[in-house]
Design a protein around this ligand. Structure first.
Ligand code: PLP
Ligand code: ZN
Length: 500
């Protein structure tokens, strides 16, 4: 749609004008700082930061109805940098010039109603939000688009040059960081630290392919995170882990999009989210609270966090009913490898957000469930056999929804949204290992024979076969083709006759 075709009262607002007001706020000591340089921890006390817009009246100047219409028309507007997560510009980084925005096609991922066969098995109406259909095939692109747009802004306004962007990753943050840094070109390079043997082959290929410098370190993600923190305290680097509060802003767009996709009516909805470093959970809660505070949504949905029993510090915290104490856990191998984190960096943010959220929405509107490794794999395969493309973390989230129903935290009259955080292809090696029964050690997963699918063997004894990648002479080929077809028909139990 063209600007001239939009309602007159919105035209002055649809192309936003940069404004000040967004500031760093320390969660620990309350200090605020201007956004004129990149902080990832409080310059005064080292605490975690959030970015908050201090000009609240700017939002309150307009009704919820105004904002809903603005975002809906902006969604229709053919204006490139405002197509993706920056449709919600005012709620993201309103100090950016439109030329600062890095847009690679992230956001507005498909929200798909689960096929009815799958809904029957699960026992309620639910949707999958395919966040694996982002540019680097995970939701991490939302945060990275925001963080790199901010770096681009710093490059323009502060003359930043020779920036080294660095992160520790379980595979997806690194893929997103490498991609968005590559898009910035001149003056910015990326380096990523990965736990050796704990990222999948496609994930490794993504960072290498985008030109990042890749380091594999022995140990687990939490070790890589410590090394990156050491580097960021002593050297001039730009940290892109979710400690970086700009990423949280970008990831809030998940909540904004969902609100838009449900016509801003979220009252009987349950959003299920997998939790690793807890950046995504923080962002989703924060985004929902913003929508509620400014009257854009009238009801807050339930939010259910999901963790594997092999990496469950957030579950363990909220499972203690009185005076909970936070303790990092020692992780064990998990097929939900992108969430295999024992000491989540964003935990203090979660505690604050959950307290605010429960106060406004009700105690029962936030819960955490724990799932077994077996259930993660079984639900991933179940989903993928129902026409979806769900990664192991998506399987974890679906398993979490079913666990929450069993516990009575969600009822069959509600509707749910399962966050499929990455594309199935990134994690296909877990599915293959499952089929081969190779996940017993460490993961403790026993393969359910009913779900196994392997390539089928053909009996072609006595037939002259082509060598792999080569073709035969026409006579041998005809014999081979007929024998192969007959053998396949036998395995499939086909009846002679004509094709349908
Ligand atoms: C990073 C990641 C998670 C965990 O998200 P956090 O923000 O670290 O809690 C879950 N799923 C996938 C696919 C991820 O890449
Ligand atoms: Zn502080």
């Amino acid at each position: 749609m063209k600007l001239e075709q939009c309602p007159v009262d919105l035209r002055d607002y649809l192309i936003p004008v940069p404004t000040e007001g967004l500031n760093y706020h320390c969660l620990k000591c309350g200090v605020t700082a201007l956004p004129d340089r990149l902080y990832y921890t409080c310059p005064a006390c080292g605490g975690l930061l959030l970015l908050e817009d201090d000009r609240v009246d700017r939002f309150k100047e307009h009704s919820g109805e105004f904002w809903r219409r603005l975002f809906d028309y902006r969604r229709l507007l053919n204006k490139q940098p405002l197509r993706g997560i920056f449709t919600f510009y005012e709620f993201l980084i309103p100090l950016l010039d439109l030329t600062d925005i890095v847009y690679l096609g992230e956001g507005h991922t498909p929200l798909v109603a689960a096929p009815s066969c799958l809904m029957e098995v699960v026992g309620l109406n639910f949707f999958i939000k395919h966040d694996g259909q982002n540019p680097s095939a995970s939701f991490k692109d939302r945060g990275m688009a925001a963080a790199l747009s901010y770096l681009k802004y710093l490059r323009r306004t502060r003359g930043l040059t020779e920036v080294l962007a660095i992160c520790a990753s379980t595979g997806d943050t690194s893929a997103a960081a490498a991609l968005y840094v590559a898009a910035l070109g001149e003056g910015v390079k990326s380096a990523v630290l990965l736990p050796q043997g704990k990222v999948t082959l496609p994930q490794m290929g993504q960072s290498l392919g985008a030109g990042a410098r890749v380091f594999e370190l022995p140990g687990v993600f939490d070790d890589c995170m410590k090394v990156v923190e050491y580097l960021s305290e002593r050297f001039e680097v730009a940290l892109l882990n979710s400690k970086n509060p700009w990423r949280v802003l970008g990831q809030e767009s998940y909540a904004f999009e969902l609100a838009q996709e449900f016509d801003y009516e979220l009252d009987d909805l349950v959003l299920m989210v997998p939790v690793g470093n807890a950046g995504n959970l923080t962002a989703i809660l924060s985004g929902l609270l913003k929508l509620y505070r400014y009257g854009i949504i009238e009801y807050l949905p339930k939010v259910g966090a999901v963790q594997s029993e092999h990496a469950d510090p957030v579950f363990c915290y909220y499972d203690q009913k009185i005076d909970p104490v936070y303790r990092p856990v020692t992780v064990r191998p998990s097929v939900a490898q992108a969430a295999m984190i024992g000491d989540p960096v964003s935990f203090p943010r979660v505690v604050k957000m959950v307290a605010d959220y429960r106060r406004l929405a009700g105690e029962d509107h936030f819960f955490v469930v724990q799932v077994k490794e077996d259930d993660i794999m079984e639900n991933m395969i179940l989903a993928n056999r129902s026409g979806l493309t769900v990664c192991t973390q998506g399987g974890e989230t679906l398993a979490g929804l079913r666990a929450a129903m069993k516990l009575g935290l969600v009822s069959s009259s509600e509707r749910a949204v399962v966050d499929s955080t990455a594309h199935a292809l990134k994690f296909a090696e877990f599915q293959n290992a499952y089929f081969e029964g190779a996940l017993i050690e460490g993961y403790g997963i026993t393969t359910n024979p009913v779900l196994v699918n392997r390539p089928l063997a053909l009996d072609l004894v006595g037939v002259s076969l082509p060598r792999s990648g080569e073709t035969q002479n026409p006579a041998d080929r005809a014999v081979y083709v007929a024998a192969a077809a007959e053998a396949i028909a036998k395995v499939l139990g086909l009846t002679p006759g004509r094709s349908v």
